[in-house]
Design a protein around this ligand. Structure first.
Ligand SMILES: Nc1ncnc2c1ncn2[C@@H]1O[C@H](COP(=O)(O)OP(=O)(O)OP(=O)(O)O)[C@@H](O)[C@H]1O
Length: 323
């Protein structure tokens, strides 16, 4: 088993690397102080994330899915577990264990208290100390250093190459779903919404659209069409936000239209020079390249969006355009 994620002891195996994949609920209760409020790292759409401390002192993140969460049903839960467990990449958040146990609980049912079997579903991830990209871009202290932001953009793209290479469309790329480790290496999180596709494109009922408004590709939002290119659209917004440090949908608007328009109109080469004073030519070129690539990614016509492989080659200076 790979132990490359172990940062406490120069890659020597620790309790975490030998952890059984399926963990007893009682163990997870113990390491999170009975899901104590002060251990909460954040709350997402499907549940609450707690900090857990392993017996050797190493931290993990324990996501406790809400009982009424649609994802907590057996099928969706198992599919998320299997998706993530198969994913092993430097730029993907690692799932280190899970628990899916029934518990007897007293619940109110049609005005009467009954004892019911309630399934508690939990996912345990490697702990990422620097939090989300959203926090690093828009909360104090903001991540002003361009070299780190460029490294983050390249890391996210490398992670997405891997995701697409194994036939998965992530479907919810956004700055909240990029987490950073202690060396500011980005990790793509939250595969709860991803599905496996045998074909390049699948049609879905638009009623079932998943993802986050402002980041969803228009063909998916309006016609339910999913492909790798829907992730490329969301990635474009991530690249533009990370480059400009400006928020997509600043006033909680439903669409990215005004953000994209403002980047397209304002982020000219001259504007870039004024935004990065004192930067050398290489850096200015990197910024310019990110703006160009980001804007190509958010083209309405998905055929015009670049592939993730092309994006990585261009960021690494291996080629200069989509062709
Ligand atoms: N592995 C982790 N290490 C450290 N903190 C984490 C980890 N996973 C999640 N968190 C924290 O918990 C918060 C909630 O995460 P969660 O994945 O549940 O929701 P989200 O991605 O923010 O939102 P949504 O569920 O709507 O996509 C994150 O913003 C982050 O601050």
């Amino acid at each position: 088993m790979s132990t490359s994620w172990n940062r406490t002891g120069e890659n020597k195996p620790t309790v975490l690397s030998t952890l059984p994949k399926e963990l007893p609920l009682d163990f997870l209760k113990t390491i999170t102080g009975q899901f104590a409020e002060e251990r909460i790292l954040g709350v997402g759409a499907f549940g609450t994330v707690y900090e857990g401390t392993m017996p050797d002192g190493q931290k993990i993140a324990v996501k406790r899915l809400a009982e009424n969460s649609p994802i907590a049903r057996d099928k969706a839960f198992n599919s998320e577990v299997q998706n993530i467990m198969a994913l092993q990449h430097e730029n993907i958040v690692k799932l280190v264990g899970f628990s899916h146990e029934g518990q007897k609980k007293v619940v109110l049912n049609n005005g009467r208290y009954i004892v019911a079997d309630i399934v508690e579903s939990l996912l345990c991830y490697e702990y990422l100390s620097q939090g989300s990209l959203q926090k690093n871009l828009f909360e104090v202290p903001i991540l002003t250093d361009w070299d780190t932001r460029f490294k983050i953009i390249k890391g996210i793209c490398k992670g997405l190459v891997f995701v697409h290479s194994i036939g998965i469309v992530h479907m919810d790329l956004k700055p909240q779903n990029i987490l950073l480790d202690d060396k500011m290496v980005p990790k793509i999180a939250d595969f709860g919404l991803s599905r496996l596709f045998g074909q390049e494109q699948t049609r879905m009922n638009t009623q079932n659209v998943v993802g986050s408004y402002g980041y969803i590709a228009p063909e998916y939002l309006y016609r339910g069409e999913i492909s790798n290119k829907s992730d490329i659209y969301s990635l474009g917004l991530l690249i533009l936000e990370t480059t400009t440090m400006q928020k997509n949908c600043p006033g909680n608007e439903p669409s990215a239209g005004s953000f994209i328009k403002s980047v397209r109109e304002n982020w000219t080469p001259n504007h870039i020079v004024s935004q990065f004073p004192g930067s050398d030519g290489d850096r200015l070129q990197q910024v310019n390249k990110c703006i160009i690539i980001g804007l190509e990614c958010v083209e309405i016509d998905r055929q015009k969006r670049p592939t993730i492989e092309n994006i990585v080659d261009r960021l690494n200076g291996l080629c200069s355009s989509t062709s």
